[in-house]
Design a protein around this ligand. Structure first.
Ligand code: PBG
Length: 349
């Protein structure tokens, strides 16, 4: 029968159809019961954002005035004497940590200003420390902002990035930052063996207690575009695919993470975050150290651009993104939205 065993009048029919006036059996399982009110939803929420897991990346320039970064609306390249002001909102909102990127006045082939004792990052660390004794100050360790060619390491005569001679320079930079008062060093260069080199460099200078947050699974990503404009660190030729990871690879990320842990990394990072949530989850399941995820410049810029057009609700979008990153398994999130996100979290968004 076309109507499934029911007579045209709704009466039970001989082949077992039901009367329409019968009570349908109660649905035993109704997930919607726990979504009825905001309080209920709050009680059963599986993932909670916490201000204490946020890190705010900041740019500090050696020369020039403080200015807003065109490709990262709302983010600034700070002059040294404005840096304290730049960090004020994050600190006020309870963001516990900043990550510093230096933009030097001089660049050369060997990235000298990356490891100069009185370079822009050591000076920035000292300035911030004076104002904010309890702030966790992380320093990004890489050569790309400091080399004239814009690559993350030294070059061979054949213009290829030369891994091993780069390692002592990364260690020197780390020591300079630790000496200035950094709480954490975060190597982002993707040279092989750099965690070990940095660990022994730090230990040799007595900085046993300074942890390394390694950008362990750092992909060669188009999402770094706005950062490179901000840091003026785009490679002058070629690209970073010879040292950063291929976005197509998952197993390789786990290998990178394992290696960095063997070399002495205290925390590991996955970067970028949004297109790599699966990698965050896999890394979280693999290791027992804290896992960080970097919600990078391009991810910020996309949200900003759409919000500025009125196409997305910035607050709701950011909270959803951060929740997804935590749900994927990140303990720590680096985000340019950190100060606003902290305010929204405290607000109970
Ligand atoms: C330096 C570095 C980069 C980022 C963090 N550290 C750029 C790159 O690798 O090209 C990207 C951060 C961002 O996009 O927000 N090597």
């Amino acid at each position: 029968m076309m109507d499934g065993g029911r007579g045209a009048d709704g009466e039970r029919t001989e082949d077992g159809g039901r009367r329409t006036e019968d009570e349908s059996p109660a649905l035993a399982v109704r997930p919607r019961r726990l979504r009825r009110t905001a309080a209920l939803r709050g009680m059963v929420r599986e993932t909670r954002l916490s201000v204490s897991s946020l890190v705010y990346p900041m740019f500090v320039g050696e020369t020039g005035d403080s200015c807003e970064i065109a490709s990262l609306p709302g983010q600034w390249r700070w002059r040294l004497d404005d840096l304290e002001r730049g960090a004020a909102r994050a600190v006020e909102m309870g963001v516990p940590a900043v990550l510093l990127f230096g933009i030097p006045s001089e660049r050369d082939a060997v990235g000298s200003s990356a490891y100069a004792r009185n370079g822009i990052v050591p000076r920035a660390i000292r300035a911030l420390r004076r104002s904010y004794p309890d702030l966790i100050i992380m320093a990004d360790v890489c050569l790309c902002e400091y080399t004239s060619h814009g690559h993350c390491g030294l070059l061979t005569d054949r213009q290829e990035v030369d891994n091993d001679p780069t390692l002592p320079l990364l260690a020197r930079a780390s020591v300079a930052y630790a000496d200035a008062g950094a709480d954490v060093v975060a190597p982002s260069d993707m040279m092989d063996g750099r965690v070990r080199a940095i660990r022994s460099g730090l230990d040799a200078e007595g900085f046993h207690e300074i942890p390394i947050l390694s950008y362990a699974a750092k992909y060669s990503s188009a999402f770094y575009g706005p950062f490179r404009e901000a840091a003026q660190s785009a490679p002058q030729f070629g690209d970073r695919r010879g040292y950063q990871m291929d976005p197509a690879n998952r197993r390789e990320a786990l290998r990178e993470v394992r290696l960095d842990l063997l070399e002495g990394a205290d925390m590991v990072m996955v970067k970028p975050a949004l297109a790599y949530l699966d990698i965050i989850r896999e890394v979280r399941d693999l290791v027992d150290v804290p896992v960080a995820a970097y919600n990078v410049s391009g991810e910020y810029a996309m949200v900003k651009a759409a919000a500025m057009q009125g196409w997305l609700d910035e607050r709701a979008t950011v909270m959803e993104i951060l929740t997804a990153i935590v749900r994927a398994g990140a303990d720590i999130i680096l985000s340019y939205h950190a100060p606003e996100a902290a305010a929204w979290i405290r607000d109970g968004a």
